[in-house]
Design a protein around this ligand. Structure first.
Ligand code: FES
Length: 172
């Protein structure tokens, strides 16, 4: 049984790897990493190893490139990506306090995802709506003039709206 599942996983990995190589080529790490992230949302280690075996680019070389550029992620994004603006107008209006509030509330730091995969926190440069500072963006919606209380209320609203497994209480 285990072999069956492993074979299925192996063939899926190989198919994913071949698909990515067909688009990004075999020669350079950056286009391959970009294609992996475009398809998967992050860089899964198992897929990187599979591609390494097909391209002869060493896994360590992929990691060297991927850790140099902040665009690459090694963990999946949460269902809700919270972009906290850290531009000047937002910073002087309390973005640092909002950051501490979000870290305390979600038990994560910048660029991390909560254990239940619901939220990812990212600090970003100016979102282009400085008159609304401090600003938080969740999905494609901007939330203006946030305070520690309003941001907690916003997140609680999202958490409550998420479907739960009634028997275990776990989110689905
Ligand atoms: S500084 Fe935050 S929107 Fe411009």
């Amino acid at each position: 049984m285990e072999n069956c599942c492993n074979n299925k996983n192996d063939s899926t990995l190989q198919a994913d790897a071949e698909e990515i190589i067909a688009v990004a080529g075999k020669e350079k790490a950056i286009p391959i990493l970009q294609e992996i992230q475009k398809k998967k949302g992050y860089i899964p280690e198992a897929l990187l190893r599979e591609i390494s075996s097909l391209t002869k680019i060493a896994v360590s070389d992929f990691y060297g490139v991927a850790t140099f550029y902040s665009q690459f992620r090694f963990t999946p994004l949460g269902k809700y990506v919270i972009k906290l603006c850290n531009g000047t107008a937002c910073f002087v209006s309390g973005a640092d306090i909002l950051y501490d509030t979000l870290c305390d509330f979600l038990k994560i730091k910048n660029s991390e995802t909560t254990k239940d995969a619901l939220f990812t926190l990212e600090t970003v440069a100016c979102l282009g709506c400085c008159s609304l500072a401090p600003v938080v963006m969740i999905g494609d919606r901007v939330y203006a003039k946030q305070t520690p209380d309003s941001i907690k209320e916003l997140l609680n609203g999202i958490i409550i709206s998420e479907p739960c497994d009634k028997s275990s209480g776990a989110r689905l």
